[in-house]
Design a protein around this ligand. Structure first.
Ligand SMILES: *Cc1c(COP(=O)(O)O)cnc(C)c1O
Length: 437
């Protein structure tokens, strides 16, 4: 028995005794790939240290939140400094005002913003606001997109829901069918389906919510014109367009995907992950005419004891400051491109049906001979092949998402050497698969 893995397993045994499935979020389980989930003691830069002491190069990066790598000294200093001054007051603090000003200056169309603690809360609040503003109940989302785990959003959901293969009207037990009925899920990237739906139901729609570049069925960028069409359909129908930028926002540049890449201006934007600098912080923002409908000035109730708490804001502000100062986006994209190109070259040469989908510093290794453009094509992937590749990389000191239906992230701490090592490990994995076959 592998002593290293044994140390990890001992921790996970303890975890299983006291936590459901041994995890605090299903995406950390290894149900999609088999084996014992990784338990870490800590991390530094691009690496995490497993419970057994083994160092792994990490491409999960807390699902993209750690865009500057683990335990970045400047972020750590910002957090420590704030901790000494107090961590939460339940009173307006100076730094949360600065944080809101910062987001409004960086995201076009964002005039006001409310800070919350998670992406789930940001989306839940945005959807309630859209319903409150329009007086309509129906919400449109897209198959395979994940918008957190609030009741309205667990319909044909991506991420851990997809990995678990849960199906039915709602993607989760405990979501009443009467709630699920109010959420319509359409195929992502299908302009005709959206047009057809809006032609007969447009006036009943409170909001369309979309991940501008889908990241929770693996990385699936939007087809040209898809987001622009959603903008014009919602505008014509008097519905709101919500861009869920929790994964995309500040990932590809110092603003949202909708602003930087798609050039579409939604009514509401949700942010999370990157903007929290590794602490629990997310936000919903948009035009003041809508945002002012939130309590206390408006009738849409929304609140939070720890919302905008100074500790998380300190990490978020420092992250935004460093992203602006160091502009690591180009370097992250270059590392990721080298990695993806190397992977695709190796797969082609060895005749294994894997292709790395990539945008900026984000990638997914799709185990499919065909391009993945929506949930239907994502579900054609060979998840058993993915599991074998995952374990091949894992044994070679590389940690990617333990599921086919997730993104992997290159941080500012990853280097060209890391990309090279990844490609070598991937090629070695494919070689060993052939030997086993
Ligand atoms: C991660 C994610 C969420 C949920 O955020 P949490 O902080 O995990 O609640 C919502 N939407 C998208 C697009 C995400 O990627």
């Amino acid at each position: 028995m592998d002593i290293a893995k044994d140390g990890n397993a001992a921790w996970f045994e303890r975890a299983k005794r006291v936590a459901p499935g041994g995890v605090n979020s299903p995406v950390r389980a290894f149900n999609g790939v088999g084996g014992t989930p990784l338990v870490v003691q800590g991390g530094e830069g691009a690496r995490v240290r497993a419970a057994d002491g083994r160092l792994l190069t990490d491409y999960c990066c807390s699902w993209g939140a750690m865009i500057l790598g683990h335990a970045n000294p400047e972020i750590v200093a910002a957090i420590s400094e704030q901790a000494a001054k107090g961590t939460t007051f339940g009173i307006v603090t100076e730094s949360e005002v600065v944080f809101a000003e910062r987001l409004c200056s960086l995201v076009p169309g964002m005039e006001k913003v409310r800070a919350v603690n998670s992406g789930t809360e940001a989306v839940m609040s945005a959807v309630r606001l859209a319903r409150g503003v329009t007086g309509r109940d129906l919400v449109v989302k897209f198959d395979g997109c994940y918008h957190g785990h609030s009741d309205s959003m667990l319909v044909k959901s991506g991420s851990g829901v997809l990995t678990a293969g849960i199906s039915g009207a709602a993607s989760s037990a405990g979501v009443p069918a009467d709630f699920a009925r109010l959420t319509v899920s359409l195929p992502y990237n299908d302009i005709t389906a959206a047009q057809t739906f809006f032609a007969s139901n447009g006036k009943a729609v409170a909001a369309v919510i979309v991940e501008p570049a889908a990241g929770n069925m693996g990385l699936v960028p939007p087809k040209p014109g898809f987001l622009a069409e959603l903008r014009s359909l919602t505008q014509a129908a008097g519905a709101l367009l919500i861009c869920d930028e929790v994964i995309d926002g500040f990932r590809f540049g110092l603003s949202t995907y909708s602003a930087l890449v798609a050039q579409v201006e939604p009514d509401l934007v949700t942010l999370g992950k990157v903007i929290g600098g590794g602490l629990p912080l997310a936000a919903v923002g948009g035009r003041a005419v809508f945002m002012d409908r939130f309590a206390p000035d408006g009738p849409v109730y929304q609140a939070g004891t720890l919302a905008g708490n100074p500790l998380a804001v300190a990490a978020g502000l420092k992250t935004l400051e460093m992203l602006e100062r160091d502009n690591p986006y180009r370097a992250m994209a270059d590392v990721c491109a080298a990695l993806a190109d190397g992977v695709n070259g190796s797969a082609r040469q060895r005749g294994v049906p894997v292709r790395a989908a990539r945008f900026g510093g984000v990638f997914t290794l799709f185990c499919s001979a065909d391009p993945v453009t929506d949930l239907a094509t994502a579900q054609r992937c060979d998840t058993r092949l993915y599991a074998r590749i995952f374990h091949g990389l894992y044994d070679r000191g590389i940690y990617i998402a333990p599921s086919q239906f997730e993104c992997n992230f290159v941080s500012a701490a990853h280097t060209a050497d890391d990309a090279e090592r990844f490609v070598a490990a991937f090629d070695g994995t494919l070689a060993s698969l052939r030997r086993q076959a």
